[in-house]
Design a binder for this molecule. Structure first.
Ligand SMILES: Nc1ncnc2c1ncn2[C@@H]1O[C@H](COP(=O)(O)OP(=O)(O)O)[C@@H](O)[C@H]1O
Ligand SMILES: [Mg+2]
Length: 395
């Protein structure tokens, strides 16, 4: 336990109310503020620069990115005790955050003295432990993968619109990666004429000059970056799960969000991306053939240990035929429909023009749903989009 010197606390939450409560609570009782931030790269940077004694980290669903933030903070600030606060009190959540490097876990709601106790316990725990070296590096950005059972279900439409929506709604660094190396069209769908593509990166890598993937990104007007697929199909390229992992890990260390578009059918490329993703959007249409194929893939992913929190079922309707109801879909596939994207002629029209619907018609039904998705993953409230960083100070 500390003597008289105040305990420097870094507060991390995407919920302004929780941040206020943390601040008010720690104002009484020998704490000072090292800073406050949203979960993600910003929080990790502050943890490294402000040298806090404790980090109070508020964690809610989706758990994947939150767990990555815990892991990265544990690495960036090994001297700090990390207390995780969450309304999720189940054993699996606790196990995951503790394994990621947290020192204490407390379930919300908490009385003021309980919150202070959690912070002090975390500090005690880190001062007792001397096994800091075990922590493994992990990407910090949220990786979102879009997959489907076949071509034409709308993977590229969803991935490209989601990337634009995330850039617009969160104002953070977003990268869109097109892993459909043969017929990828994500760059075209967004009107980006790439100066370089994955092909150039792979050729450089094959010649023994491994370079950061960031050099091969192209700019989109909304501020996001695109790693484009080759402009012409090239079947000679050596591209497998290792390359997928290299690209994702590299981009997720410099981008808050990495959105991944995948090849038409379910391949080892999609599998490698899913394994690294914080969440995967499994697209399906409402026809029986799609449902059967998706059921099979979902069962395989469950067998690999990809839980439902990392797997979101998304209905899309590229044609005006809806097919199965949401209930029938749940029954056929075994998981709930997280988003239902309507048939929307604007999607079809704007894709050919190289403009996302999110840019061209924000009010269209498709754009609204995708924006909702961006809010969910971006942890931004629809009505309330606060500035991402707040001023440092003393309580
Ligand atoms: N909800 C939708 N409403 C209307 N058209 C859509 C919708 N989703 C996708 N499309 C169109 O369907 C076609 C196939 O979509 P695409 O995203 O290329 O599929 P995939 O990447 O899965 O092969 C594209 O022309 C696209 O614009
Ligand atoms: Mg596609």
């Amino acid at each position: 336990m500390q003597g008289d010197s105040p305990i420097k606390a870094l507060l991390v939450s995407s919920d302004p109310e929780v941040l206020e409560t943390m601040k008010r609570t720690l104002a009484t009782g020998s704490f000072t503020l090292a800073g406050e931030a949203w979960p993600g790269i910003e929080a990790v940077r502050l943890a490294s620069e402000s040298e806090p004694d404790v980090v109070l980290l508020h964690v809610e669903e989706p758990l994947g990115p939150a767990v990555n933030t815990v892991r990265s903070i544990a690495q960036a600030a090994p001297q700090a005790g990390i207390a995780v606060l969450s309304s999720l009190g189940d054993l699996d959540t606790i196990r995951r955050v503790m394994n990621a490097g947290a020192h204490d876990f407390a379930t919300l709601p908490l009385r003021d003295d309980e919150m202070r106790d959690a912070a002090r316990r975390a500090l005690d725990a880190v001062r007792r432990s001397d096994d800091e070296d075990e922590i493994v590096a992990a990407p910090t950005g949220t990786v979102l993968c879009v997959v489907g059972p076949r071509g034409g279900v709308g993977k590229t439409a969803v991935a490209s619109n989601l990337a634009v929506a995330l850039a617009n709604e969160t104002g953070t660094a977003v990268a869109l990666v097109d892993l459909d190396l043969l017929f990828g069209s994500a760059a075209i769908a967004l009107g980006v004429m790439p100066a370089a593509t994955i092909q150039n990166w792979l050729q450089m890598k094959a010649s023994g000059h491994s370079e950061p993937v960031g050099r091969y990104l192209s700019n989109h007007r909304a501020g996001l970056k695109v790693l484009a697929a080759p402009l012409e199909p090239d079947t000679e390229l050596e591209f497998g799960p290792q390359e997928v992992a290299d690209i994702i890990n590299d981009l997720a260390s410099t981008h808050e969000f990495v959105v991944i578009d995948t090849p038409p059918s379910f391949t080892e490329i999609s599998a490698a991306a899913i394994e690294l993703a914080s969440a995967t959007m499994m697209l399906t249409t409402g026809d029986i053939a799609s449902l059967r194929a998706v059921r099979h893939v979902v069962q395989t992913l469950h067998a690999w240990g990809i839980d439902d929190e990392r797997l979101r079922l998304v209905r899309n309707s590229p044609v005006p035929f809806r097919g199965a109801s949401d209930d029938e879909m749940r029954e056929a596939i075994g998981i709930d429909v997280a988003w239902s994207l309507p048939h929307d002629r604007d999607v079809f029209k704007t894709t050919d023009l190289g403009v996302s619907v999110v840019e061209s018609n924000q009010r269209s039904p498709f754009a609204r749903q995708v924006t909702d998705m961006a809010h969910f993953f971006g942890r931004v409230k629809k009505t309330d989009q606060p500035a991402r960083r707040r001023v440092l100070g003393v309580f």
